[in-house]
Ligand binder design. Structure first.
Ligand code: 5AD
Ligand code: SF4
Length: 370
């Protein structure tokens, strides 16, 4: 599929054609990654962040947020919970928090790997290479770092460099992660102000070029304590541009170029991602479940996704990990959420994934045999 064709699909709104797209993505998903839905227990280990991303509620400048950092024992308890629920992976996520030191985290990774058979995924921002290397050495298996947009000028607007530091280059960092031996995941937000159809089509093409093992996408959700600001969720078809405040902040984009941050647009990107990256692990994300609490998760699984990341963070911390308002997972206890998830997977005629759900199964079998 060419970038031009991807863009044409992004602009498609004929319901019959879209049904074809959903069915195509579902077929590719079944043929390449099968019916298993892999479950990854998400632990939001710290909400401190040195960055100032224009969209995110954890940005350093948000003084209204109470900050927390979990203890190693608390994180280990969550990892044990992941094992108890039968999950194959624990995902440790945080803002870019240098209060969480290289050695502290390396030690924690070693303890999780010694005590469990879980795969460990990290999602901790743009840390220095020495940190990434030490964590890999300690046993971390995968790293998630969204490049957010392939439009460099928009990226710089949304993601200013830290004071006194060079502008970041997440694409270069993704290469380094791969060289260090991590399985690598990335992704973008859908409908971030300033995102054009052409740039989103290039993002999807870039997923394929980067040969990503995991691709996560979710709708941008306005957070009032950020420069993009605005009221909470905007999901209707009519809302071409998300908030007045965002429009004022990023002037000049014609309305017909702005990608809407809708649920439907997110499904289109999930489906197209499955078609261009047939073997990737693609999660049905929490942001999507937030804009459609009733069926967002299931629809994504039926339109290309094959992974769910249930939130195992203790509720008192979960509420403070507010990258956007109204996070879906807070509506229920972990236990109730777990049972509902198993029921959803059963209803879809799918099965819960066994083992760690790594993309590179063949490679690891090969390594063991030789
Ligand atoms: N709405 C949706 N997604 C967001 N993220 C950060 N802020 C928001 C928001 N307001 C996403 C970014 C980041 C990931 C951890 O969460 O893509 O990489
Ligand atoms: Fe920090 Fe990540 Fe939020 Fe940016 S998106 S402010 S790096 S937590």
């Amino acid at each position: 599929m060419t970038t031009v064709e991807i863009e044409a699909w992004l602009r498609e709104d004929d319901p019959v054609r879209l049904e074809e797209l959903w069915a195509w993505a579902d077929r590719v998903r079944r043929e390449h990654v099968g019916d298993e839905v892999h479950l990854r227990g998400l632990v939001e280990i710290s909400n401190y962040c040195v960055r100032s991303c224009a969209y995110c509620g954890l940005r350093a400048g948000n003084r209204r947020l109470t900050r927390y950092r979990m203890t190693a024992e608390e994180v280990l308890a969550c990892a044990r919970q992941a094992v108890a629920y039968g999950y194959g992976t624990v995902v440790l996520q945080s803002g870019e928090d240098y209060g969480m030191t290289r050695d502290w985290l390396a030690d924690l990774i070693r303890r999780i790997k010694a005590e469990t058979t879980l795969a460990v995924t990290l999602s901790l921002g743009e840390r220095p290479e020495a940190d990434l290397a030490a964590w890999r050495e300690a046993g971390a298996d995968r790293y998630l770092l969204r490049f957010e947009t392939s439009d460099r000028a928009l990226y710089d607007r949304l993601h200013p460099p830290r004071p006194g530091q060079a502008r970041s280059d997440r694409l270069a960092l993704l290469d380094r992660l791969r060289e260090l031996g991590y399985e690598v995941g990335s992704g973008v937000m859908i409908g971030i102000p300033g995102q054009t159809y052409a740039s989103l089509a290039r993002d999807v093409a870039l997923f394929r070029e980067l040969d990503l093992d995991m691709v996560g996408v979710g709708p941008w959700i306005a957070h009032p304590q950020t420069p993009l600001g605005g009221k909470s969720r905007v999901t209707g078809r009519e809302s071409r541009v998300a908030t007045e405040q965002a429009r004022a902040w990023l002037p000049g984009l014609p309305q017909w170029e702005q990608v809407p941050n809708t649920e439907e647009m997110t499904y289109k990107v999930i489906a197209l991602t499955r078609i261009v990256c047939p073997e990737a692990n693609i999660p049905s994300t929490t942001a999507l479940a937030t804009v459609n609490q009733a069926s967002g998760r299931e629809l994504a699984l039926a339109r290309g996704a094959n992974v769910v990341m249930p939130n195992l963070t203790p509720p008192r911390y979960q509420a403070l990990y507010e990258i956007y308002p109204g996070k879906a997972c807070l509506a229920e206890t972990a236990e109730a959420g777990h049972r509902r998830l198993l029921e959803q997977i059963r209803r879809l005629g799918r099965t819960v994934g066994k083992g760690s759900g790594s993309r590179r199964k063949r490679a690891s079998v090969f390594l063991r045999d030789t």
